[in-house]
Structures are given as structure tokens and as C-alpha cells.
Design a protein around this ligand. Structure first.
Ligand SMILES: C[S@@+](CC[C@H](N)C(=O)[O-])C[C@H]1O[C@@H](n2cnc3c(N)ncnc32)[C@H](O)[C@@H]1O
Length: 188
């Protein structure tokens, strides 16, 4: 809690902080299931405009909703079986960030939302975590190499990890940094 009574933000994920500089700092970063906005804060710090999406946007009120930050309240799991409603059709982003959230029907939307030369930075819990703590529901745990398998057909993988992360407490996590290759202009 800070002096204004607003709950303090958790630190940014070191994975997101490490790989964000691979983008050039211009354009809009999309934070999916943004929570209280620890990566919204990081992105603003690095000069991005931000679109933050969550079904509960109360924790994002500190950022307002204006020129620098667009806050969108949407339930991403409220679709027919196997589908995800997507509130940003046709829009693409310089960086798409997802942390500590998994809803598998979203993957086609997430991949399509990465602009040419843009980045996808994704980190969440993986199978094995159920022995260490939450989440335990397999629906919310990636299978072995799942992130790699889902992303690789569409984006160029820069870095991938699938490990027991000791910090801040032991947890099984998978994370990926990947880029959409910019189209080559064959006429030049
Ligand atoms: C564990 S928090 C992670 C927050 C943030 N990404 C972070 O790492 O700090 C999971 C977030 O997913 C959001 N969420 C859960 N179900 C959702 C849904 N059906 N649609 C949109 N957001 C959802 C929650 O409101 C919560 O903010």
C-alpha cells in the first residue's frame, strides 16, 4: 500500500523486463489480463502507449483511461466452447504481453495481434506447478513445451524457457519471447 492508499504494484516480471528492449519502444503494447498493471507501468516507463485488457479493471484505475493508456474491460472466456471473444478485432500491436494467465482459445487472437516486426512476450505456469502451489487446475497449466509448440508455427522464437524458477518462490514456469518477421518488400 502506498501513501495514497493504492495497493503497491508487484515488480515487473524479469522476463518481460529483459526482453522488452528487443522492441524499439514505439507504438502500442497490449497487456492481456493485465491485473493491477505492473507491466502497464513498465511499458509507460519505456515510452509505449498501452492497451490493457482485463475482466476486472478496478486495479487499473490508477492509470486513468486516456491518451497513454486505453483500458478495456472484457471477459475473454465468455465464448462458445473452444472459442474466445476478442474485443480488439483487426488491431495489431508492437508488443503483446501475457503473464500469469492462460486461456487456450485465445492463442489465435494473441498471435494475430502481433504486428509485423512486433513481439510476443508470454510467461505463465506449467505442468508440475500443481505440486508446488497454485494454480493446480490443468486448464491453467501449460503442457511440456506447449508455448513453444503454439507459437513456433507463426512467430520466430527468440528465447524459450521451461523450468523450475526459484524466484520469488519455487514455481514451474514457461516463457517465450518471439517476433513476427516483417514482410520483405521483394520489389526493392
Ligand atoms: C494472476 S492475475 C495476472 C495479472 C497480471 N498479468 C500480472 O502478471 O501481474 C490474472 C488476471 O487475469 C484476469 N482474468 C481472469 N479471467 C479472465 C477473463 N475471463 N477475462 C479477462 N481477464 C481475466 C484476472 O482478472 C487477473 O487480473
Amino acid at each position: 500500500m502506498n501513501t495514497s492508499g493504492t495497493p503497491s504494484l508487484l515488480p515487473a516480471s524479469p522476463w518481460i523486463a529483459r526482453h522488452l528492449p528487443r522492441a524499439d519502444g514505439s507504438g502500442t503494447l497490449l497487456d492481456v489480463a493485465a491485473g493491477r498493471g505492473r507491466h502497464v507501468a513498465l511499458a509507460l516507463d519505456r515510452g509505449y502507449q498501452v492497451t490493457a485488457l482485463d475482466r476486472d479493471t478496478a486495479g487499473l484505475s490508477r492509470f486513468g483511461n486516456g491518451a497513454a493508456v486505453e483500458v478495456i474491460e472484457a471477459d475473454l472466456e465468455d465464448g462458445d466452447a473452444g472459442t474466445a471473444p476478442w474485443p480488439l478485432p483487426g488491431r495489431s500491436f508492437a508488443v503483446v504481453v501475457v503473464t500469469n494467465y492462460l486461456w487456450r482459445p485465445l492463442f489465435p487472437h494473441l498471435l494475430a495481434a502481433v504486428a509485423p516486426d512486433g513481439l510476443l512476450l508470454y510467461e505463465t505456469f506449467a505442468r508440475g506447478q500443481e505440486a508446488l502451489g497454485r494454480p493446480r487446475n490443468p486448464d491453467f497449466l501449460l503442457g511440456r513445451n506447449e508455448l513453444l509448440d503454439r507459437v513456433r508455427p507463426t512467430l520466430d522464437v527468440i528465447a524459450f524457457e521451461d523450468l523450475v524458477d526459484p524466484d520469488p518462490e519455487p514455481a514451474v514456469r514457461q516463457r517465450i519471447a518471439a517476433r513476427r518477421r516483417a514482410a520483405v518488400d521483394a520489389s526493392r
